[in-house]
Design a protein around this ligand. Structure first.
Ligand SMILES: [Zn+2]
Length: 343
């Protein structure tokens, strides 16, 4: 099956200056995909700008207008960590539209799976507030869009960004149609995502937070994927899997303190792809979130595409980290399995 990718130069025009979440992240990814010859093996999916109606599936109309106004006035800082330039509103609308288009391409069978290489990222932006480098929650909007357009009843969102996706968590906390599963360093930014938060009312049990101590590497993540994420996804039996793919758990990434390698990400993606193949006809959409070490990011995104294409040999030029001791997460996994009654 074909593997699609979304990209557009408009994403570079969200100009954040020297901010760690900068255009060079996507430039590094695209040039690495070109240099390695991988890009020509992928099917291009053209993004479009999401409409205000679509963005308001998650965000308040007043907030959307505010973002438009800030851009029109030349940009500026929204809180302590998120900055906008004159083209940021347009870029953000195309980021949402990019994930929507990737989802449509997969749902309509144009491609088997897809990866939306978009920015600004999305999973922190709340209904009424920009935060954590995010303006609109791309993946949450795409999920709501897919629920409506394709009359879906069950979507799984897997979020392996090192930060908890507080907005995605909030968006679906009352919605039993979406199983949100997040692995994140904890306690850490943004402070949310304890394992006791499992969803509300009819959605009880459809939020699975895996708050990990600093220092977890490939072995710990894969344990979580095999022992928590896989059984939770199988029980939920989704019709589509969306992934908030943040590569900031990489050991070389300085925004957090995890120890995952590029080869580790590839193994995680293999498990996700296996779940999609087994449960929902392979329907799988990746959406770029964080990842700030340019080499680690571009190699790990390429490894993700390699796995989606079915390649077995994964290049990991950065290798494994050394000189750290991984924490014992067996008690944590046991506790989460108990909370969620997982086999
Ligand atoms: Zn992150």
């Amino acid at each position: 099956m074909k593997v699609g990718f979304v990209y557009d130069p408009i994403y570079l025009k969200h100009d954040t200056g020297q901010h760690v979440e900068g255009a060079r992240r996507l430039e590094a990814i695209i040039s690495h995909l070109e240099e390695t010859g991988l890009k020509q093996r992928l099917s291009y999916i053209q993004p479009r700008a999401a409409t205000t109606e679509e963005i308001s599936l998650v965000h308040h109309k007043q907030y959307i207008e505010h973002i438009g106004e800030v851009a029109q006035k030349g940009g500026g800082w929204l809180g302590a960590d998120t900055v906008m330039s004159p083209h940021s509103y347009e870029a953000a609308r195309y980021a949402v539209g990019g994930v929507i288009r990737a989802t449509e391409a997969v749902m309509d069978g144009e491609v088997g799976s897809a990866f939306a290489l978009v920015r600004p990222p999305g999973h922190h932006a709340t209904a009424a507030q920009a935060m954590g480098f995010c303006l609109f929650n791309n993946v949450a909007i795409a999920a709501k869009y897919a629920l409506n357009k394709y009359k879906l009843e069950r979507i799984v969102i897997i979020d392996f960004d090192v930060h908890h996706g507080n907005s995605t968590h909030d968006t679906f906390y009352d919605d039993p149609r979406v199983l949100y599963v997040s692995t994140h360093q904890y306690p850490f930014y943004p402070g949310t995502g304890s394992m006791e938060e499992t969803g509300r009312g009819v959605a009880k049990g459809t939020t699975v937070n895996v708050p990990l101590p600093a220092g977890c590497g490939d072995a710990e993540y894969l344990r979580v994927f095999r022992q928590v994420i896989a059984p939770a996804a199988k029980r939920f039996n989704p019709q589509l899997i969306l992934v908030s793919a943040g590569y900031d758990p990489h050991w070389a990434d300085h925004l957090a303190l995890m120890q995952v390698s590029t080869a580790g990400f590839a193994e995680m993606v293999k498990i996700i792809k296996g779940l999609a193949d087994e449960l929902c006809g392979g329907r799988l959409v990746f959406c770029l979130e964080g990842g700030y070490h340019l080499r680690a990011l571009s190699c790990s995104v390429k490894a993700t595409f390699d796995v989606l294409l079915g390649d077995t040999s994964i290049e990991d030029p950065l290798g494994q980290s050394s000189g750290f001791r991984a924490p014992d997460i067996a008690p944590l996994i046991k506790a989460i399995k108990e909370i969620h009654s997982l086999p």
